[in-house]
Design a protein around this ligand. Structure first.
Ligand SMILES: NC(=O)c1ccc[n+]([C@@H]2O[C@H](COP(=O)([O-])OP(=O)(O)OC[C@H]3O[C@@H](n4cnc5c(N)ncnc54)[C@H](OP(=O)(O)O)[C@@H]3O)[C@@H](O)[C@H]2O)c1
Length: 334
């Protein structure tokens, strides 16, 4: 199998590195400093699997046009704001790619790929695997779950190409499932990450170094977390979806949906305590963006829920305030 990953930052490098380590021929398209470091020393991944250096089956180039040969899969891993430019730069790859998919945290990503390559050559995808670019040539992988990636056809079916990429992820130690509801998975993942991201940026932004789980133990922090979750879930349900906890045990949307307010708050406090005692760590990538003073993906993660709320005439007061706060912070980043 040959795979090209456009946007070799935190997530793209982690996925590409693990796939290459199990024999997939991977080409990473990234920024010049990262590419130069990988060419010189290989790709180093630290974190949940210890310290690995990947050199075999891995090529790195700093322009999509420099990726040569044909590819079974094209994986888009740039931030939402960079999609248009990245796909324009990657025009020379169009004829070389059989199937495209995106691991971005957005819901408009599949439509963007369909515009770029045509509906028949795009499948849906979602992942929660964690990746942070620490320095050129070095990425950290601190987060994974029981099932860390989902793939499916956009028409709500599965297929041999969906099964093949699912099997490649599985073999690479990235537990994956082929599903017949990828659109739902993408929306639920967005609800989960929008919740964690919005909450972290608007609370921990003032106290860098504090973990998400410590914050969840504060009763007021837990109450705010629940209010945000209920807003997101109201929209998600109104779109016709039932919470499934695709990314259990990290996802607790089912419980947050089912429990009345006060019990949900107790549940979140307990969750925070349990995760802190397990010394779990990790921050949503939007929070990392704020810490690094980079533009956030607020318009890709939160705005879709606000737009859907407007269309469906649903009140989402807490989500709207969180969005306004992050938009204000965002103005001064990047
Ligand atoms: N990181 C995670 O744990 C995680 C998990 C699940 C989903 N996601 C989603 O995956 C996407 C990527 O996240 P990330 O955290 O991996 O972001 P990231 O670390 O910023 O990686 C994206 C990389 O692509 C580079 N890039 C942008 N445009 C490019 C182009 N035209 N050609 C080559 N390289 C280009 C960026 O360089 P510059 O920084 O110089 O622009 C950056 O190095 C986001 O939508 C995110 O929400 C992330």
């Amino acid at each position: 199998m040959r795979v090209v990953i456009l946007g070799a930052g935190g997530l793209g490098s982690v996925l590409g590195g693990y796939l290459a380590s199990t024999g997939v021929e991977v080409t990473l398209v990234g920024r010049p400093a990262h590419v130069a470091a990988i060419r010189r020393d290989g790709l180093r991944i630290v974190g949940r699997r210890g310290d690995m250096r990947i050199t075999d089956n891995l090529r790195a180039v700093d322009r999509a046009a420099a990726a040569t040969g044909s590819f079974d899969y094209f994986i888009l891993g740039v931030k939402g704001k960079d999609t248009a430019q990245a796909l324009e730069d990657a025009a020379p790859l169009r004829d070389a790619v059989a199937t495209a998919l995106s691991v971005q945290n957005t819901v408009e990503k599949d439509a963007k790929l369909v515009q770029w390559l045509g509906r028949d050559r795009v499948i849906g995808a979602s992942t929660i695997e964690g990746g942070t670019l620490v320095q050129p040539g070095l990425v950290r992988n601190a987060l994974s779950t029981k099932v860390t990636a989902y793939f499916g056809e956009l028409d709500g079916s599965t297929s041999s190409r969906v099964e093949a990429i699912t099997a490649a992820f599985d073999t690479a130690g990235l537990p994956a499932e082929a599903v017949d509801c990828i659109e739902q998975v993408e929306w639920e993942k967005l609800a989960q990450i929008a919740l964690a991201a919005a909450w972290s940026v608007t609370t921990l932004g003032a106290v860098p170094g504090t973990s998400v789980f410590e914050g969840m133990e504060v009763p007021e922090g837990a109450a705010y977390f629940v209010a945000l979750a209920k807003d997101l879930l109201r929209v998600y349900r109104a779109k016709g979806y039932e919470p499934m906890n695709f990314y259990a045990p990290l996802s607790r949307l089912k419980e947050l949906d089912a429990l009345p307010g006060p019990e949900a708050i107790e549940f979140i406090i307990e969750q925070g305590r349990t995760m802190r005692e397990r010394e779990s760590s990790g921050h949503p990538s939007m929070y990392e963006d704020v810490l690094r003073r980079r533009k956030t993906e607020v318009d890709f993660m939160l705005a879709p829920f606000l737009e859907a709320a407007d269309e469906l005439a649903i009140e989402v007061p807490t989500l709207r305030i969180a969005y306004n706060i992050i938009k204000t912070v965002d103005r001064f980043l990047g």
